[in-house]
Design a protein around this ligand. Structure first.
Ligand SMILES: [Fe+2]
Ligand SMILES: [Fe+2]
Length: 305
């Protein structure tokens, strides 16, 4: 496959993002105060973002149990974050493998990879201090992640990247502003939001600029695979081991079926699915698949403003 050099608009975006990275980047081991104990004095995520919120299992919990449950969910979410970021780094490195050093995106993509290394180190530290199991994603998702790393390229890779980044970004933005949430969790969310804004900006520009340059066959393959990739990313938000560890009977099924959680996934993917509608990845033929997989609402959502 021929190397796709960065179009001028993407190179311009990348050079602005390099400058933004120089102005603001974080070291998770000096910019987070790890001396604050991860006790159960506060929630670790806004309750509305917990997969069991609003279910019968949630109604049966005391406030203390809900807070402890949120600590386990934030550890599972950080573990899913490490899984996502490992895949993202593979995909970005494969992109970099093809690029000459004088391509306009070369330096930026190295910075993005370094950002993700630091984020995964930060998530790992939270897990080690949270007093919970490490909650790796399920063996099935790990196998699917390996398949994606091995086979994805081009705009399809950046659709996968955006799916993970957009989903986490919405909950991180809510977490960092919520004074019901533990300060360590809020700080981690804030650092992630500030650095991920650059990644999402690059991914959106890449998709918009490179998608129209693909052959019809390349587009068809990406259009068929994209909804299943995005579903796999969304599935990592609910880890069955959390409910087993806490002895919450029927918790996994209730979380998966939870209408609050299902609507949240559709809502939080809205910017991505709006972009994909705009470039035709989601169209009248593929939309039923996205709908059947619980990724878009029944009625077409308005595009991003
Ligand atoms: Fe990240
Ligand atoms: Fe990222």
């Amino acid at each position: 496959m021929a190397v796709t050099l960065s179009p001028p608009a993407l190179a311009e975006k990348a050079s602005r993002l390099v400058a933004a990275s120089e102005r603001q980047s974080f070291d998770p081991f000096t910019d987070v105060d790890w001396s604050v104990p991860l006790d159960d004095s506060a929630y670790y995520l806004p309750p509305e973002f917990l997969p069991l919120y609003g279910t019968a299992a949630w109604a049966a919990m005391t406030e203390e149990e809900r807070i402890a449950y949120s600590r386990h969910e934030v550890a599972a979410l950080c573990s899913a974050g490490i899984w996502f970021e490992n895949i993202l780094m593979h995909l970005v490195l494969r992109h970099l493998y093809d690029l000459p050093a004088d391509d306009g995106s070369h330096r930026y993509l190295l910075i993005e990879t370094a950002d993700e290394c630091r984020h995964s180190a930060m998530f790992g530290e939270l897990i080690r201090q949270a007093g919970t199991p490490a909650y790796q994603v399920s063996p099935l998702l790990r196998r699917l992640g390996n398949f994606l790393k091995a086979t994805s390229r081009g705009p399809e890779s950046y659709i996968a990247i955006l799916a993970a980044e957009e989903l986490l970004d919405i909950s991180n933005r809510a977490t960092m502003k919520d004074d019901r949430v533990h300060p360590t969790s809020r700080r981690i969310a804030q650092i992630h939001v500030l650095e991920e804004a650059r990644h999402m900006s690059f991914a959106r520009t890449y998709i918009a600029e490179v998608w129209p340059t693909l052959s019809r066959f390349q587009r068809l393959v990406a259009m068929i695979r994209a909804p299943f990739i995005v579903r796999g990313v969304a599935d990592a938000l609910v880890n069955p081991a959390v409910y087993e560890t806490l002895g919450i009977e029927d918790g996994y099924r209730q979380a998966r079926k939870n209408p609050v959680h299902r609507e949240r996934v559709i809502r939080d993917l809205g910017r991505l699915t709006g972009l994909l509608e705009g470039i035709g990845v989601i169209n009248r033929f593929t939309r039923p698949v996205w709908r059947a997989l619980g990724l878009v609402a029944a009625v077409p959502a308005p595009g991003p403003s």
